[in-house]
Ligand binder design. Sequence first.
Ligand code: TYD
Length: 207
Amino acid sequence: MKRGLFITFEGMDGTGKSTQINLLKDRLAGEGHDVVLLREPGGTSISEKIREIILDNNNSEMCSTAEMMLYAAARAQLVEEVIKPALNSNKIVICDRFLDSSIAYQAFGRELGDAVEVVNRFAINGTMPDLTIFLRAGVSLGAGRIKNREKDRIEMAPSDFHRRVYEGYAFLEREYPERIVGIDAEDSIENISKKIWDAVAGHREKL
Ligand code: TYD
């Protein structure tokens, strides 16, 4: 079966993911590629409704297991409804966060452990990213950048949580060196964008 290219972006909050995602999308589209841009949780009407529930600050009583399963449910819907069909039509799918976020935030941050991987492997049903760009930054960089804006329920979590998320990403980078390309988020926008382009170039023979 013909298959497009599936690229995900990962990193702590406030590491400049959106800027880089837009630069990459524009460059690929400029070369004539059909690019589908998505963000998690979200990207379908069901997944956007789940997003509202997860991020709502009024839902402070939400237990970690419910949170983890809601992310996985939003993801399952996005894979079936949008990602799989787009890849089968040979498109490039760029997703702002995917299952690595659940490993970092729920398995490590919320300390839910291995169950997160099991549930999420079931949710994505084999649709793994070809390439994951990880914007790596110290805990303090992201925290500083989001300090002045209104925070959602996840961003409000205490700093210990964010330290564990940081460790989760470090674990993922070590565990999947072939899929995950880590880039220093404190570098200039131009340099980061060039490194991302180099990483993507290595996969474009798939198109
Ligand atoms: P969002 O506003 O999209 O943040 P960002 O711009 O940093 O991606 O909110 C998503 C939040 O949800 C973010 O704090 C990370 C968190 N998250 C998880 O905890 N687990 C997940 O599986 C995903 C996809 C996101």
